[in-house]
Design a protein around this ligand. Structure first.
Ligand code: PHE
Length: 343
């Protein structure tokens, strides 16, 4: 093939490619032109390139320079058409990809409503200077009963009202009562543990699980949570107790919440009260409270003539349920994500 013929077919190619790309008016005609001219297998550019082998050696240089010119002219025509038609598809993006569809949502973990409540309660009480303390869920009778002024024959210690551990039954059969253990039935155990370790002044709360063999229904579950509060200092009064609980209740439930004490009995407080909050026009009991009984101070080695204090125990589920309008405690522990995702 002569140089002349080669250059002529390059000109023809450039001319045809230019008009094909210029007249492409949709993705389809653009793609047809792309395949016809620059296609790797059957494209005309490829064909012409092959013909260069037949050009005499001494003219190959001229031929090559022209070939490169034509190549880049075709590339420019292609890119111009592409941007005119809105991108084309050499961006590596799947043309079936629809950027307007909602994406795949990653499954993100979520904090259980009771844990959220616990964090919230710690935050409110923390602002009043109460430090969070912890105690074990597997307890001994000393911390769950004896030091709390609950004697051996007290009905609260009935095996039917507590989860004694199997090893404890065996220990009892051996009359080795010291080895007895149970799942704590109240967080008041933590009062004892903290007072055994520290000297007054003390200002703590303890939030955690407690266990009682109750038949589950809308308001009972064999495992639930309590918030225990303990304040020990000099000259502590019931007015201090009521103030702390009122400030707590208005922070957690709202400014219009009212608080009421009803006389009650707990072995470890004297006097003792039931604590009710007025919520949406109804009085609801949230827990118990009172001034620490002198026998409890004696059990932990404090002098009841020197110090005084108060304690309270509130039901965490009850607080959480009231605040969020949950009506069945079992929903909290069903593991049903359709329920839990709402909080
Ligand atoms: N521990 C009591 C209960 O579980 C509540 C309570 C705590 C009462 C502290 C008085 C003082 O019912």
């Amino acid at each position: 093939m002569s140089l002349q013929d080669f250059l002529a077919s390059l000109d023809a190619l450039q001319c045809d490619a230019q008009s094909a790309f210029d007249s492409a008016d949709d993705a389809e005609s653009f793609e047809a032109a792309r395949v016809a001219f620059t296609g790797a297998k059957k494209g005309r550019l490829k064909d012409v390139q092959k013909q260069m082998g037949a050009v005499p050696n001494e003219e190959k240089k001229t031929a090559g320079l022209k070939l490169n010119e034509v190549k880049s002219a075709i590339q420019t025509a292609l890119e111009t058409a592409q941007s005119r038609l809105g991108g084309g598809d050499d961006s590596g993006v799947d043309p079936t990809f629809d950027p307007t569809l909602p994406g795949n949502r990653p499954i993100i973990g979520h904090i259980h409503p009771i844990t959220q409540t616990i964090n919230h309660l710690m935050e409110i009480m923390g602002r009043m200077g109460f430090e969070a303390a912890e105690g074990p869920e597997v307890e001994d009778p000393w911390h769950n009963f004896v030091a709390l002024n609950i004697p051996e024959d007290h009905p609260a210690r009935d095996p039917l009202d507590n989860f004694y551990l199997a090893t404890a039954a065996a220990a009892k059969a051996d009359r080795n009562v010291e080895g007895e253990q149970l799942l704590r039935s109240q967080t008041s155990t933590v009062q004892i543990r903290i007072m055994e370790e520290r000297q007054p002044p003390i200002r703590i709360i303890s939030l955690g699980r407690v266990y009682r063999p109750d038949q589950p229904d809308a308001t009972h579950f064999p495992m639930f949570h309590q918030m225990e509060g303990l304040l020990v200092d000099k000259n502590v009064t019931m007015a201090n107790l009521k103030t702390v609980l009122r400030v707590f209740a208005t922070n957690y439930l709202g400014d219009d919440v009212e608080i009421r004490f009803r006389p009650s009995f707990f072995p470890f407080t004297e006097p003792s009260v039931e604590v009710d909050f007025l919520w949406d026009g109804t009085w609801i009991e949230f827990g118990g409270a009172g001034m620490i009984d002198p026998n409890v101070f004696k059990a932990v080695g404090y002098d009841p003539d020197e110090v005084s204090g108060f304690a309270f125990g509130l039901g965490v589920e009850r607080l959480c349920m009231r605040r969020h309008g949950i009506t069945d405690i079992r929903d909290l522990y069903s593991g049903d994500l359709r329920f839990l995702r709402q909080f």
